[in-house]
Design a protein around this ligand. Sequence first.
Ligand SMILES: [Mg+2]
Ligand SMILES: [Zn+2]
Length: 198
Amino acid sequence: MTSPVPLRPAVFLDRDGNLNEDVGYLSALSELTLYPWAIDAVRLLNRAGYLVVVVTNQGGIGRKMIRPEFVPELHAEIDRRLALGSARVDAWYYCPHHPEALVEDLRSACRCRKPETGMVDDAARDLGIDLTRSWVIGDKWADVQLGERMGGRSILVRTGWGVLEEAVRPAGQAVEAVCDSLAGAVAVVLARDGGRVG
Ligand SMILES: [Mg+2]
Ligand SMILES: [Zn+2]
């Protein structure tokens, strides 16, 4: 009998407004601007032993604002830029659905659109993640609520929609921290967990 592989903690990162500037429906590589701290932030998480997983709602696919083939192209380009700084995203997940999608197959109240947990559940199964020891970082309350629903912790960042979101905090909504950017959020994660998890 081999002993089971121990589950690892992950940091789930929202994409738009967290790793890169939120330009609305990002639909061309020329519109991609990583925040200047993004590469360092991801590398710090890599080195601390977290799996780094991006989870992004891309309802623009269902709304025909974004070509479906573009999303993997964009993620490959982000991977390439991260690699130049020795940083790595371990896996990418995106939800193409939208309740008002024009594409009929994508019009649904799906299990993956954040704050639903489909993407983190898939990642947990695919990569062996302990969701209760994991974090979500993003610029919307849906990101914070995803962390809550998966039994982990969440940080809201003030980049992207974050400042506006902070001003309309849902009643009773808890959050581990609100930080100016992903850089600060990673510092909080490392401090709370003691710096190294793997
Ligand atoms: Mg976002
Ligand atoms: Zn979905």
